[in-house]
Ligand binder design. Structure first.
Ligand code: 3H9
Length: 694
């Protein structure tokens, strides 16, 4: 199969790459482009080339699955040399998103023309590498050093209309027709090919302090590729072109050898797999969703409503309290005003989004919704009453979902006459920002209801992960084990600030005690009172219960584990908390000892990983990559380590994980330190892989 079509349009060769879904630049695509260039030269009547793409986008990068595998076909470097030195003008015609190696090929062309709305970007750092096909050398020459540095180190795309000299012309319609006309003009006028490599950068074109500033920022995150990207752009600014290209090659090699790049590529594919459910019947297909209702106008309801409105969906936000609705509508309005003020959104677009959210106070207003998301108070009786009422008014075939973070979807579904149409959609706060969405499959949830929910989540830009209906689903179930170890560490000898520093040193976005303070200590207090006796370690509630009873609810009361100055979110260690912890240890007869950071990290994270294996064994998570997607997108686990399951398998080693757990069992008691049977099995010689059970 050829990866595109080669046509002669008068004096212009039209080379159209066609490699669905995103025209990834595979070995076959490179072979096709190289062959098309030589076919062009073979016909003396041809005077120019247009390089375009079929389908939804211009080339979206190197084929990530082939990266670093030495696949056949001309290399990127060879193809770029061919394009750059081609004796006839080559025009790239860009639509959709020209990303990574795709944009780099376009930068090797002599001219670039794009359709309005198209975007260009070099997202390689997100995969743990740098652009390796001269992008770091060519982009700064066209866009300026400062802007190119920003684009390459952030990985974020920009609009073609804001791309200055990168794009020679932006057209509003008929991209290929316009590109052909542009090429014909070049032929007629005898225009010569021109190369980006001939543009030079002088010292006065940029602030030399730029690179040090960028390094300082990147150092904090420990993101290896981001640091190498800065080196590469600095090379573009300070070295002759060919030397810069060689430097880029060395730097991308360093990235490939670094474990972060394997971890980040794993996450890329894990996230795309995560919505897939093994074993669904062949005929199952998603239902149409045109109108969504939300029950409960609290913080979650508001965030979810904006996520839907941002994606173009009309939303009805329902609450029985007019006051809650007033507050919700005001919060939505003020978020959009903020986005406009910060230049993130045009005023007209913001107004259109806001107008998609309608308020309502009677269930009847939701009658014509295709899907309803309940985001009311987290209590079983409340949810069951709402679902019973919804079932009576919502049309048959519409899907009812709950944003519960902990409660049983099956028990909620049982309040309706349509349990097959009920499932969980667990969003994370703030729901308009956080990407994770757990799609919780009840035991009776139908295949098409499940597919509908996954598709809706993707449509609104979330990263859906399907989870089984066990308490806490994937994320909150695992985090309990993590929180339990953190709490025990306090009683054994650590202090909150030490535990948090060890965890953020490891790379977690936030320490566990700071996180508890942010969510509010009253939540755990209430949850502990509803938990069946014996289901967790009674000791772990001692410190937080006393904090709550002393009126310390966390950030909202300006004290919890930590203390906070007025108007500040920065935690200050608290002597009150320290005294309380020391007293609790003494009361429990626990002799405090000094605990090192390595123990803190392993205790907390290996407990998390062990619970992950339990979820896989039970079938409540389908793949280890699903769990990684949950933790990176919803719980601040460092993406550079690939997620907890990837980290355990590839960076610690499963045999070592089991050995550490056995050490803990000996040292601190084995109640929580039985390695899960699946983990023991996977850690055996010859297996050592955490991968999917499903
Ligand atoms: C690079 O270019 C290195 C160079 O510097 C050269 C070095 C020498 N390769 O995301 P979607 C698949 S590094 C292979 O759901 P969307 C994806 O897995 C690359 N496959 O769609 C999925 O497959 P499936 C730099 C790819 O509309 C399907 O396409 N480029 C690639 O939400 C649809 O993807 C990037 O990092 C790929 N490059 O978003 C761009 N891209 O259906 C990465 C996608 O089997 N890609 N697939 O699950 C993206 O950001 C988004 O996919 C894009 C479309 C915005 C293009």
């Amino acid at each position: 199969v050829t990866a595109g079509t080669f046509e002669k349009r008068g004096q212009v060769a039209l080379v159209t790459v066609d490699n669905p879904p995103v025209n990834a630049v595979s070995g076959a695509v490179r072979t096709f482009i190289a062959k098309s260039l030589s076919d062009t030269l073979a016909d003396p009547r041809l005077g120019a080339v247009v390089l375009a793409c079929a389908g939804r986008t211009f080339m979206a990068g190197a084929d990530i699955a082939e990266l670093g595998t030495g696949v056949a076909g001309p290399s990127f470097a060879e193809l770029i040399r061919l394009l750059d030195a081609f004796p006839l003008p080559v025009v790239a015609a860009i639509h959709g998103t020209a990303l990574g190696g795709g944009l780099e090929l376009a930068l090797a062309c002599h001219f670039r023309i794009a359709i309005k709305g198209a975007r260009i970007g070099l997202p390689e750092v997100k995969l743990g590498i740098i652009p390796g096909a001269q992008g770091t050398q060519r982009l700064p020459r066209l866009l300026g050093v400062a802007r190119a540095l920003d684009m390459i180190t952030s990985g974020e795309p920009i609009d073609v209309e804001a791309a200055g000299r990168v794009i020679d012309r932006v057209v509003s319609e008929d991209l290929v027709g316009s590109a052909l006309a542009f090429a014909r003009t070049l032929v007629r006028s005898g225009a010569q090919p021109r190369s980006v490599r001939d543009i030079s950068i002088s010292r006065s074109d940029y602030d030399p302090g730029l690179f040090e500033d960028a390094r300082q920022k990147a150092q904090r995150s420990g993101h290896f590729a981001r640091l190498r990207a800065i080196d590469a752009v600095e090379a573009a600014a300070t070295l002759p072109f060919d030397m810069g290209v060689r430097r880029e090659l060395d730097l991308i090699g360093e990235c490939f050898r670094h474990p972060q790049s394997k971890a980040l590529r794993h996450l890329f594919f894990a996230e795309r797999q995560a919505g897939r459910v093994p074993g669904l019947p062949a005929g199952a297909s998603p239902r149409r969703v045109e109108r969504v209702g939300i029950v409960g106008a609290g913080t979650m309801g508001v965030g979810i409503a904006m996520s839907l409105a941002n994606a173009g969906l009309p939303v009805t936000l329902l609450d029985t309290s007019e006051e809650a609705l007033d507050r919700a509508m005001a919060a939505i309005a003020s978020t959009y005003v903020g986005s406009v003020q910060r230049g993130r959104l045009g005023a007209a677009e913001a107004a259109a989004r806001q107008a998609r959210v309608k308020r309502a106070n009677d269930m009847g207003s939701l009658a014509d919704c295709d899907l309803v998301i309940e985001a009311a108070f987290e209590a079983m009786e409340v949810k069951r009453a709402i679902f019973g009422a919804l079932d009576a008014v919502i049309r048959p075939g519409a899907i009812l979902t709950t944003n519960t973070s902990y409660l049983s979807v099956d028990a909620i579904a049982a309040a309706t006459g349509r349990p097959g149409d009920v499932l969980g959609l667990h969003f994370f706060a703030p729901a308009n920002v956080m990407r994770l969405c757990e799609v919780v499959r009840g035991s009776q949830t139908s295949a098409d209801a499940l597919l509908t929910a996954v598709q809706l989540a993707r449509r609104i830009g979330k990263a859906p992960v399907v989870a089984g209906d066990s308490p806490g689903f994937i994320g909150n179930r695992m985090i309990q084990a993590y929180g339990r170890e953190a709490a025990l560490l306090l009683l054994e000898g650590a202090l909150p600030e030490q535990v948090d520093a060890a965890l953020t040193g490891f790379g977690m976005a936030m320490g566990v005690f700071r996180m508890h303070d942010m969510s509010g200590l009253d939540i755990g207090y209430r949850a502990r009172r509803n938990r069946p006796p014996g289901s967790s370690d009674a000791r772990i509630g001692l410190v937080p219960d006393r904090l709550v009873e002393a009126g310390r609810l966390g950030l909202k009361s300006r004290c919890g584990y930590y203390e906070y100055d007025e108007g500040s979110r920065e935690p200050r260690p608290s002597s009150f908390t320290r005294d309380l912890i020391l007293a609790a240890s003494a009361e429990l007869g626990m002799k405090r000892r000094s605990i090192d950071d390595a123990e803190i990290i392993d205790r907390c994270l290996l407990a998390l990983v062990n619970e992950g294996f339990a979820l896989l064994r039970e079938g409540n998570a389908y793949r280890s990559g699903d769990i990684d997607t949950v933790y990176v997108n919803g719980y601040g686990f460092p993406a550079t380590l690939g997620g907890p399951m990837f980290w355990a398998e590839h960076m610690v080693g499963l045999d070592r994980v089991v050995q550490r757990m056995r050490e803990f069992a000996n040292a601190v008691g084995d109640r929580w330190w039985q390695p899960d049977p699946l983990l023991v099995d996977r850690a055996a010689p010859g297996k050592r892989t955490a991968h999917a059970v499903a």
